[in-house]
Ligand binder design. Structure first.
Ligand SMILES: C[S@@+](CC[C@H](N)C(=O)[O-])C[C@H]1O[C@@H](n2cnc3c(N)ncnc32)[C@H](O)[C@@H]1O
Length: 251
């Protein structure tokens, strides 16, 4: 009957309008996140600010955390891991000093959010995650949102990704007690390793590879989840670059 079709129109209109209102809310929340949490604390790189405005952070957090996705802090993503605070993601991205087309390695894919921000800069992103379930979920989220510029794998990032090296930047989002030497070896000349270092007391460091060696800069104290896997056993910490620990499976 034609009148039955008419009855369904208000439901359709409500669904479409409430969907776009929610989308509008998220755009506004992202704008507030950037202006109140990131710009006011000194992040200035226009590429980074634009990327933080574009990436839908709520898509990278579990359903139960969605209403808090744009708050000023880290959030649990399961398996004892976290998605980092938006400000920290912005600072680390700014410290990486990437331009479109640069190759970057991320250690600790987690939810996939930092990888998406790096991809929005226009970088070619490689990312490794130790926890298989997180690696699979992040790969699925990145694919669903169309981040085709990210190659994500499950594995131990301790030894980097030698087959894709050298990198213009390496961004590490889990803290090792000391800097894994194989990561420094995979930096291009001029390349930057952005990494939290320490156990309980950690600091964010930038290691820049020059023609004659590595220059280290300390940024500020941070608190990241610890790096796990090979870094924890003394044998792994002494491994050499000829026997790279290739990530186990490609996702
Ligand atoms: C703070 S969370 C990552 C946040 C993530 N970048 C994001 O945007 O959601 C740190 C991640 O590092 C991972 N991780 C710890 N040790 C690792 C290792 N050796 N190799 C790769 N990933 C590791 C953890 O499982 C965790 O998911």
């Amino acid at each position: 009957m034609w009148w039955k079709k008419l009855l369904s129109i208000p439901v359709f209109v409500y669904t479409v309008l409430s969907g776009s209102a929610a989308k509008g809310d998220e755009v506004e929340q992202r704008e507030n996140m950037v202006s109140r949490q990131i710009e006011t604390r000194g992040v200035r790189d226009p590429r980074v600010l634009a990327a933080m405005r574009r990436v839908p952070r709520h898509e990278f957090v579990p359903a139960a955390q969605r209403s808090m996705a744009y708050q000023d802090g880290p959030l649990p993503i399961g398996y004892g891991q976290t998605i980092s605070q938006p400000y920290i993601v912005a600072v680390m991205t700014e410290l990486a000093r990437l331009k479109p087309g640069d190759r970057v390695l991320e250690i600790g894919t987690g939810s996939g959010y930092q990888a998406a921000v790096l991809a929005e800069i226009g970088a070619e992103v490689y990312s490794i995650e130790l926890v298989p379930e997180l690696a699979a979920e992040a790969a699925e989220t990145l694919k669903r949102l169309g981040y085709t510029g990210v190659e994500a794998r499950q594995g131990d990032g301790y030894a980097g990704w030698p087959a894709a090296a050298p990198f213009r930047a390496i961004v590490v989002t889990a803290a090792p007690p000391t800097v894994p030497p194989l990561l420094l070896e995979q930096l291009d000349v001029g390349g930057r390793l952005v990494i939290p270092v320490g156990d309980y007391f950690q600091e964010l460091q930038v290691h820049t590879r020059g023609e004659d060696g590595i220059e280290v800069e300390t940024i500020f104290p941070v608190r990241f989840v610890p790096m796990r896997g090979r870094i924890e056993d003394s044998e792994g910490a002494g491994a050499d670059a000829d026997e790279p620990d290739q990530p186990a499976a490609e996702r």
